[in-house]
Design a protein around this ligand. Structure first.
Ligand SMILES: [Zn+2]
Length: 290
């Protein structure tokens, strides 16, 4: 199909600022929306250059942009589209693996240094689309999106404010890990060398009333030094340098919780942690701080 065969539809670009324009542009790529043709035919004023945006209902895959996207603090705005797709993939995994149910849980990631993408409140995460995600600032104010984020955004914001290295946060309700907190059984990461090496000690934060400031208060003293925190009677919180890492930490923890549970059934007692010298040897072998 040639361009002349297609039926162009002019997309109304209401906000003629570069950020809004490129968010729209990258979102079309992320969601597989109809092709975008950008020409230098001046029909819509844009601060970058006179750009004319036409949606072509061809069904062809989107081509590469005809010009490089702008950057924010050196991070390409284009990246937001990839993050939207990846975040949706994580949401689907959470639902498929039973780590959340119904409208449970929330997932977020940094976009640049002062923005984050986050799942909307009260939605089944497995059904979300990339376009449903909200763009918020680090005060939790939505800057792009039609709905509101979960009140549990407070936990996410606390982690991003305290830890520049945290670029993604996953909050879930994993059944076995949550059962550990209900039973008052500590999660013994030190019993499993790979869990201890890759995630480290995983404390349980005391019970806090959901959707209140009690929740961030309950984890405030634990965020700095841990990659994962269990929330008593509630669920889990895992951090990562990226979405995949935050998700995989959760998956690994829940799997380990099953292992610890079976060990307890078999032995009739909790699994014992590796002794101090064994942990020190592991730390030395893998260059990890104890
Ligand atoms: Zn929750």
């Amino acid at each position: 199909m040639t361009i002349s065969d297609a039926r162009p539809v002019l997309h109304p670009v209401r906000e003629c600022d570069a950020g809004a324009f490129f968010r729209f542009f990258t979102l079309c790529h992320a969601t597989g929306a109809p092709n975008i043709l950008i020409t230098l035919s001046a029909k819509i004023a844009c601060p970058l250059s006179p750009l004319f945006c036409i949606l072509l209902s061809t069904g062809r895959p989107c081509g590469a942009p005809l010009f490089p996207p702008p950057t924010t603090n050196g991070i390409a705005v284009q990246k937001e589209s990839d993050l939207r797709v990846e975040l949706i993939d994580i949401c689907r995994k959470l639902a498929a693996k039973g780590l959340i149910a119904a409208t449970d849980g929330n997932v977020s990631c940094r976009v640049g240094e002062d923005r984050l993408l986050i799942t909307p409140s009260g939605t089944a995460k497995g059904d979300l689309r990339a376009v449903d995600l909200l763009l918020a600032d680090l005060d939790g104010q939505v800057v792009a999106g039609a709905t509101r984020p979960s009140s549990e955004i407070r936990m996410h914001l606390l982690a991003y404010r305290m830890r520049p290295d945290v670029r993604a946060v996953v909050h879930a309700h994993p059944p076995m890990l949550t059962a550990f907190t209900l039973a008052g059984v500590p999660f013994t990461a030190e019993a499993l060398p790979e869990v201890w090496l890759t995630i480290g000690r995983t404390p349980t934060a005391p019970y806090a009333t959901p959707s209140t400031d009690e929740v961030p208060d309950s984890i405030a003293g634990l965020v700095q030094d841990h990659q994962a925190i269990l929330l008593e009677r509630h669920g889990s919180l895992t951090f990562g340098n990226n979405l995949r890492e935050a998700y995989l930490r959760l998956e690994k923890l829940e799997h380990a919780a099953h292992t610890l549970f079976f060990a307890r059934l078999l032995a009739g007692r909790p699994a014992s942690p590796l002794p101090g010298p064994a942990l020190e040897k592991l730390a030395r072998a893998f260059g990890r701080k104890n």
